[in-house]
Structures are given as structure tokens and as C-alpha cells.
Design a protein around this ligand. Sequence first.
Ligand code: ADP
Length: 619
Amino acid sequence: MSSTSKTKNKKRPGFLKTIKQGVGPMRKLLPYLRPYRRRFILGLALGGAFGATSGLLALVLQQVLALVPGGTASRTAILKHVSETNGPRIDSVIWLCAAIPLVMIVRSLFSYFNGVLLSQVGLKVISDIREHLFRHVMRQSLDYFHKNKSGDLISRVYNDPRMAQMALSTVSADLVTQPIAILSSVGVLIYLDWKFAIISLCVFPICLLPVIYFGKRVKKSGGNEEDSASGMMVILQESFAGIRVIKALAREVYQRKLFRETNLQQVRQSIGIQKTIQAVSPLVEVVAALGAGVTIFYVWFEGISAATFMAMLTCLFTLYDPVKKLSMIHMVIQRSLGGMTRIFQMLEEEPTVSDKPDAVAVTECRGAIRFENVSFAYRKDKKAVKNLSFEFEAGKYYALVGASGAGKSTILSLILRFYDPAKGRITLDGRDLRDVTQASLREHIGVVTQDTFLFHDTILNNIRYGRLDATDEEVTAAAKLAYANNFILEQAKGYDTVVGDKGCNISGGQQQRLAIARALLKNAPILLLDEATSALDSESEQMIQAALERLVQGRTVIAIAHRLSTILKADKILVMENGELVEVGSHQELLSESTVYRRLYNIQFNQAGEQPAELAMVD
Ligand code: ADP
């Protein structure tokens, strides 16, 4: 949205400049067109053929009407006229009478197949671009999703390809069909009466004045309409994704107001556009009627036959539509240019973390992770972790403690290679993380975080997300190990209950157990754990602890600790302060030797156990 609003107030370029501007993005569309090129070219050719029939229609009309003396002759009069004037034979009369419907049939067929083929190609191209965009967005590193609002991303992937399609189907069709139609009509008009042709071609543009004037207004409102559509997507997406916060703070009315504003804004803009569009046709008709009056006077003055007059009028009528379309084409290009530019900009953005061309896949993994003098900053001005050197030995349990913002989550993100260190390196079993593929690295890491994301799918598939090729039996076995089997069976359809549907009641603690089941199923040698800060009832808590107990067995575990039990069982505790690793040791060692740890311990994990209120002061 931001990019469109930035360009909103700029002066829009004229016709030729727009066409020139469109060439670049249009050329980038070509690769998408390649698979459908035959259909596309055939569609364009049919459009050209349709254009060529415009003048033909007028000619045929003139020939046919020439048979009608005075324009009011009866059938016998025509036959008499034909025989007396050595005119066309009767079978040619039938042919000529059939000519108008025949030309119309051929013209309609051209138009139909031209429309069908080009929209088919356009729609297929849209779907290819959408797929490409989605694949590209999914390839991006995590920082990309922090920078871009998801509503905006949804709008980009869904709406912008539609704009590209417009450029492809409408513009390419019009650029071929309409000039041919104009040439054909003007050619016939000159052939019929060159003086009339010159006069009408001078007067004709007056008809276009309302189209051009109102077209400009449509263009302006069109851009604003797209902006507010994108704004609406952002509000919708945030309202649904952030529903817990909205409900918890009772901000439904506030969200409703936000939505109402963008909704009304869009309606206002659409109504403005409609008012303008609807005004065009009546105005054009009035101007055309005036033109018809002048034409009739000219016909009387010059003594032109009725047949030629009708043919000339037909030429003018068939001229109107192509000229109107061509005069609007730069508006269509302008509208689609915005979308296309955004698409190609998006496709040019490379992920900040990408696999090296010679990156190898991690196949065997012991789970030893080493930080060698690692520094990393999200923003230039502040380092999130500084000069971190530490070895996480395979199969051991590590707890990260420290105040909020100390850099604990950053360590987990760096291990997952969501980001690359600015300085230093991280190795897995001695191999630099930058030398291995991201996908294979993450296959060897299980993650259980505070908030479990469940997809709108069955519970079975939600657990299976941990390992897509797991059998149903393996999924149930993992659920049993995570103490999740019982509550799953209590759901309306057991494992087949769809999350979020009626009959699905899953508490926060149960969601955590589903996440543990997912991680158990994944069975990765490294486990990253971000413990929940919110207090659960003691039964849920016990279940989670018991499930985690099973999960951590035999793995390298790095846990952001919020529970006393976690720090007590950790082989080593890493104390973080302002991005630095300040102390390392077991709970007992640190308690007796360290002041920082003791202070932290007293605040976060004091003797009474986990106290959420005090925890909240720190986090
Ligand atoms: P912790 O997990 O210990 O609370 P984090 O690792 O989340 O700490 O944060 C370390 C520092 O990095 C903090 O100063 C925080 O503000 C900053 N930070 C964390 N995530 C981002 C982000 N996505 N963009 C910018 N700064 C961030």
C-alpha cells in the first residue's frame, strides 16, 4: 500500500510516455506468456480479423442497400428493378441479403474466440504469477515478514496479478484489434466519400472529449480505490489474526471503526468512479446525435444516396468503439503498471539469508553447536548479541536466562539460521551453517515455542506437520507420548476434528502438548524450546512438563527458561545481559558465585516458584 500511496500525488504521464513506460514491465511478462504463446497469438490474430471486418460491414451494407431503390421498395419492385436495370441476378441478390448476417456471424465468432482465448491466457498467466509470487514470498527470510504487513502481502499476491492480467488481455488485444478496426473503417469511409471522411474525422474527436475528460477522473479515483482496498486487507487480516488481543482489550468497536472508515472510503471512491463512468455514455450519445443532425444536412446538401449514407454512418459507429478504447488504453496501462511494477519489484527482492550455490544438505547430525565470536544486529545502531562464543555439546540441556531483550530469542533464531551473523560464525558438528542448506538444517531442529500455531486442518494433520510422511499410527503414538491422546479423543471427531471448527475445544496447555507431539514426531536431534511465560493451571503444567520430559530425552536442548524446573535440570545455564553472555554454570554454581544470576533468580524464579506477576515486570 505504501508504494501506491507514495506515487499517488505524482503527475500522471501522457499517452506515449505511458506506452513507453509499459514496455519494460510488459517485456518482463513475456516469460509468463511463453507457455501459452500459440493461444495468445491466435487470440490476437482473431482480434485483428475482427477489427478488419468493421469496414467490411459498412461496405456490405452499402451494396445491399443499393438494391433498395429509394430505400422503400417492395420485393416485386426490387425484382423488377433488378431485371430492368440489368442489375445482379436473383441468386446474387440472395447472396447479398445473406451477406449482412454472414458478416455479423463471422465477426461475432472472431470476437468470441478472441475474447475467450485472450482471457484464458490472461487467467492462466495470473495463476502462474501468483504461484511464482507465493513461492518467492515463502523463500524470503524472516526479516522480510517483519518489514511487510501480512495484509499487504496478501493484497500483493492476490490483487496485483489481476492488474498484470488486465495489461496482458485488454491492452494487448486493444493494441492489435483497435488500430486495425480504425484503419478499416477510415479506409472504407474515404472510399465512400473522401470529403465526408475528412469532415467527420475532424468533428469526431469532439465525441471523445467527454471520454477523455471523465477518463482522467476515473484514473485518479482508480488509484485511490486500490490504495483503500489494500488498506482494507490489512485491517481485515490484522483483525482476524490479532483477535485475541482485540478481545482481551475489548477493542472490537475500535477495529469496527477502522474497518468502517476504509470500507466507506472505498465505497465513496467506487461511487465516484461509477458516477463518472455512467456519465460518459449519455454525453457521447448527445454529441453523436448532434453529429447525426449535421451529417443528415450534409447528405441532403450533397445529394448522397441512402445506401452510401447508411454505410457512412455505419463506419462512424464502428469507429467510435475502437477510438474510445484506444484513447482509454493508457489509463488501463497506468492502472496495471502499478500492479506490475510492484510484482516485479517484489520478485527482484532477494532473501537476506539464502543458500550458497554449493551448499550441502545436512544428512547426519550429532547436534553439537558452536558459536565463534558471533555478533548480530537487527538494526545498525544496536547489536542484539555481541561477541558470543560458546559450545553447546551434543545431547546436553542448556537453559538461557536473562531479562527481556537480553538476546535469548536471537540465539535461537541464529541457530535456525533465520539470520546470518554479522560477525563470527556458528557451526553445527564443525560445519559453518552458511555452508549447509537451510531446509536440511531445519529438518534437524525441533522447535516448541510459547504460542503454537495450529492450521485450519484436522488435529491429525496438525501434528503430522512435524513430519509430513508420518503414518496415522506414528502420529497417534507421538500424541500419546505428549499426553495429548486423551483430550484429542474427547473432541467431536477425535483426530479428524478440524481446528477452529465447531466441536473443537483446545486449551492453551493442550495446544502446547500438540506442539510437543509435533516435535516428537519430527524427532530432530536438536530441540529449541521457548517456554510459555503465561501461567497454566497446575494440571496442564504437570502434563506439559511430563511431555517435555519425554521430548528432551537424548537431544541437544536449548531452552529459554521461564520455569524453575527448567533451570534446575539444565546441565548448564547461560546468563545473558544486553546481548552478551555474562555467566555460564550450573544452578548451584551460579547461585553461589554470581551476583547477576542471583538477582535474576530472585526476580524470575524466586523461592515461591514461578510468579507470573513478577515475571511480567521483567519481560
Ligand atoms: P530476549 O529474547 O532475550 O527477550 P531478543 O533476542 O528478542 O531478546 O532481543 C534482543 C534485542 O534485539 C532487543 O534489543 C530487541 O529489541 C531486538 N530485537 C529483537 N527482535 C527484533 C526485530 N525483529 N527487529 C528489530 N529488533 C529486534
